[in-house]
Design a protein. Structure first.
Length: 322
């Protein structure tokens, strides 16, 4: 069946409420079985070397994967760099992205064992999965066979904003083939990691320009944040999930339900029937389905805008095109 006919069928089934997986040519769980059979174990070994020594890297690597996939698709274009500082990684939202050394180290080891075979895009997808699992999060199968993009533009790094409302967020995700459930599930990645006072100060000190705070926030949480973030402090770190920022679990939804979402985009999840229901369901069930849901949404994210077959290339070094 032609791809365009398959996609038309997918759209029809989606309208009818039927869940269906979209097939991707040349993307396979055993893609490297004969070409580089130890790909996954090599990546995991390298990732563990870094993450077990510095567990905060798990959140950073997960964020890196998300930022890559949301611009030009999961093609490792975020990893490219240039002296002109005009690549994706040079855009303001990506200046705080870190963990490149983990991906580079895994790629170097793969090049030593299987030169010119494994793409940086696949390495990044595997590193993100392994980093999450290494700190106690879920594990998921990663279909492989992505190719690396040759284009990276700073101007294209239009990522979902932490200041976005629910309508904008849903559109951001829909544009990538991801639905409301994926939005609320992947927002759960905020259960780990940190942000900074600069991104929260406007909400707690001068939300409407009158020296007030965002009324969608819990007043007690605002007081706590003010102790951490003084009016002129834009650099101090702030936990994304207050009380549970180092553990991958469903506690993030408890925080959101208590109006303790750090970003406007976190609080916005309560402003939609579907995402709000999911938040409340995870609180009531103590996150019974979160790990499974997160794994499924990560697989979907990893298929956004992929290059396969003869598209793109297999980079020798992740930071530079061949």
């Amino acid at each position: 069946m032609a791809i365009k006919n398959i996609l038309a069928l997918v759209v029809l089934l989606s309208v009818l409420g039927v869940s269906v997986a979209i097939p991707f040519p040349n993307l396979d769980l055993r893609y490297y079985k004969s070409k580089c059979p130890n790909t996954e174990s090599i990546v995991r070994t390298v990732t563990a070397k870094y993450v077990l020594r510095q567990k905060s890297l798990a959140a950073a690597l997960l964020r890196m994967h998300f930022h890559d996939c949301f611009v030009r698709g999961c093609d490792a274009s975020l990893l490219l760099k240039s002296p002109a500082k005009d690549m994706e990684r040079d855009a303001i939202p990506n200046l705080s992205v870190r963990g490149y050394e983990v991906v580079d180290a895994a790629k170097r080891e793969l090049e030593r064992k299987c030169p010119g075979v494994v793409s940086c895009a696949d390495v990044l997808s595997l590193v993100a999965r392994d980093a999450v699992e290494l700190i106690g999060g879920p594990w998921w199968e990663v279909p492989l066979g992505r190719r690396d993009g040759r284009i990276s533009r700073k101007s294209e790094a239009n990522l979902p904003s932490p200041f976005a409302g629910i309508a904008e967020l849903k559109k951001n995700f829909a544009d990538k083939g991801l639905n409301s459930k994926d939005l609320v599930v992947l927002s759960g990645a905020h259960t780990i990691g940190i942000s900074n006072c600069g991104l929260v100060n406007p909400r707690i000190y001068n939300f409407t320009g009158k020296g007030d705070f965002d009324l969608s926030m819990n007043p007690s949480y605002v007081r706590t944040l003010k102790k951490r973030c003084k009016p002129t402090d834009f650099r101090s770190p702030v936990d994304m999930d207050p009380g549970s920022a180092k553990k991958f679990d469903s506690h993030y939804y408890n925080a959101v339900a208590q109006k303790k979402g750090l970003f406007i985009s976190d609080s916005a999840l309560l402003n939609d029937i579907d995402t709000g229901f999911y938040v409340k369901a995870q609180v009531l069930t103590n996150g019974a389905s979160f790990n499974k849901d997160f794994a499924e949404s990560m697989v979907k994210l990893g298929k956004v805008g992929i290059l396969t077959g003869k598209q793109g290339e297999i980079r020798n070094r992740c930071a530079f095109v061949n």
